[in-house]
Design a binder for this molecule. Structure first.
Ligand code: S3P
Length: 436
């Protein structure tokens, strides 16, 4: 079965929408809830395939988990040392977050596990976690060139290390911190640029001490996690499609409710504002240690910008739709320092450049980014290459296209944004989904 979107051109987005729960926080709530003592009650959990893959893996590791039921989940934690050997391979599906964080967590168990995933995940680099974990004393086997599947031979003899990450990756940082819960001494990770800090925040919410000094974060083993209630905010990475939709479509005025605005995730707001977007944060509040706000966004004429490379990790998942904003802006946009986009669910530089060019946009891919000249563009058939965020980005592009856009291979949208088509239609997109 393949899923195709057809989006008719033009229109605007208006009203009030609530996007599904944050993917990064949903994964971590299951992971930390599982190794905590007591029952963790989660609300707003993302019922997307990626977070569900993590949930099923922890069930296979012997954790009793109730739900999800309308975003409610109860995780009956087994404590740091209560996970059990799985009787089968652990399938991470499309989810790099599941595989990389679990590599760290499983490295310190008393049993062996095999982590596998779908065709897209099988192509993604895992040496970035396997190598530093090996320095901690872990034994992890990968397929050739550091690809999945991963065989993690658990050991009780992990040692803390000080690690300076060569890439700004929250997944690598989190994998090492999770392994650090089981390692002797202190585990410290230094990041070359700030990355999302949900793991650190949530460890603290579970009562586990984490120290942060400048760009270095450390944990020490010997503590315990105590169950807590977690309210997952809306995912700013999902909200981003609507932020761009409202910004580029004349007549738009949209409010997004209860969106996570953790400063390590708000690069998209900063980049759009630099482009001239009209974005207002309202009702800013802290929910379970995470900043949350309602976001109002109104149409505004956008202009091309040079995106400062230090903003890239803070908006890393939003570039597919930011490229669409750039195509709809006056003048040129330049993104550099974004080579990580090449190893996401697809090669997002190549795949977005291919699709934009199909629509007639002047898009020039570069090894570490893209140069895009904004202006009027047409419609046509674009291939998402099975990348959820590429599919949704091209759906948004239709608001400014002169002809309909047909987007191929859209089923993976369910990994991060179940109900996207329905919500997009409610907001004002003229979108249809076809399965054949
Ligand atoms: C994530 C971190 C980011 C992001 C991914 C989710 C996380 O990856 O792209 O979608 O939950 O830690 P990197 O840390 O590898 O850049």
């Amino acid at each position: 079965m393949s899923t195709t979107y057809r989006v008719n051109p033009g229109g605007s987005v208006r009203g009030t929408v609530r996007v599904p729960g944050d993917k990064s926080i949903s994964h971590r709530a299951i992971m930390l809830g599982s190794i905590a003592e007591g029952t963790t009650r989660i609300t707003g959990f993302l019922e997307g395939e990626d977070a569900l893959a993590t949930m099923n893996i922890f069930r296979a590791l012997g954790v009793r988990i109730e739900g999800p039921d309308a975003g409610r989940v109860a995780v009956h934690g087994v404590g740091l040392h209560g996970l059990q050997a799985p009787s089968r391979e652990l399938d991470c599906g499309n989810s790099g977050t599941s595989m990389r964080l679990l590599a760290g967590l499983l490295a310190g168990q008393r049993f062996t596990s095999v982590l596998t995933g779908d065709a897209s995940l099988q192509k993604r680099p895992m040496r970035r976690v396997a190598e530093p974990l090996a320095r901690m004393g872990a034994r992890i086997e990968t397929a050739p060139e550091g690809r999945p599947p991963l065989t993690v031979y658990g050991t009780t003899r992990l040692r803390g290390i000080e690690y300076a990450m060569p890439v700004a990756s929250a997944q690598v940082k989190s994998a090492l911190l999770l392994a650090g819960l089981y390692a002797s001494g202190r585990t410290c990770v230094t990041e070359p640029a700030p990355t999302r800090d949900h793991t650190e925040r949530m460890l603290r919410a579970f009562g586990y001490p984490v120290t942060s000094t400048g760009s270095t974060v450390c944990v020490e083993s010997g503590g315990k996690l105590s169950a807590c209630d977690i309210e997952v905010p809306g995912d700013i990475s999902s909200a981003a499609f609507f932020l761009v939709a409202a910004s580029i479509a004349p007549g738009s005025d949209l409010t997004l409710l209860h969106v996570g605005v953790n400063p390590s995730r708000t690069g998209v707001l900063e980049i759009l504002r630099r482009m001239g977007a009209d974005i207002t944060l309202m009702n800013e509040r802290l929910v379970g240690g995470e900043p949350v706000a309602d976001i109002r966004v109104r149409h505004a004429p956008l202009k091309g910008v040079e995106v400062p490379p230090e903003l890239v990790p803070l908006a890393i998942d939003e570039f597919p739709v930011l490229f669409v904003a750039a195509a709809s802006a006056a003048g040129e946009t330049l993104v550099t320092g974004a080579e990580e986009l090449r190893v996401k669910e697809s090669d997002r530089i190549a795949v977005m450049a291919e699709g934009l060019r199909r629509l007639g946009v002047e898009a020039q891919p570069m090894p570490d980014g893209m140069r895009i000249r904004g202006g009027p563009y047409g419609g046509g058939v674009v291939d998402s290459h099975g990348d959820h965020r590429v599919a949704m980005a091209f759906a948004v592009a239709a608001l400014r296209a002169s002809q309909a856009i047909e987007i191929l291979d859209c089923a993976p949208v369910a990994t991060s944004f179940p109900g996207f088509v329905q919500l997009a239609r409610e907001a004002g997109l003229d979108i249809e989904e076809r399965r054949d």
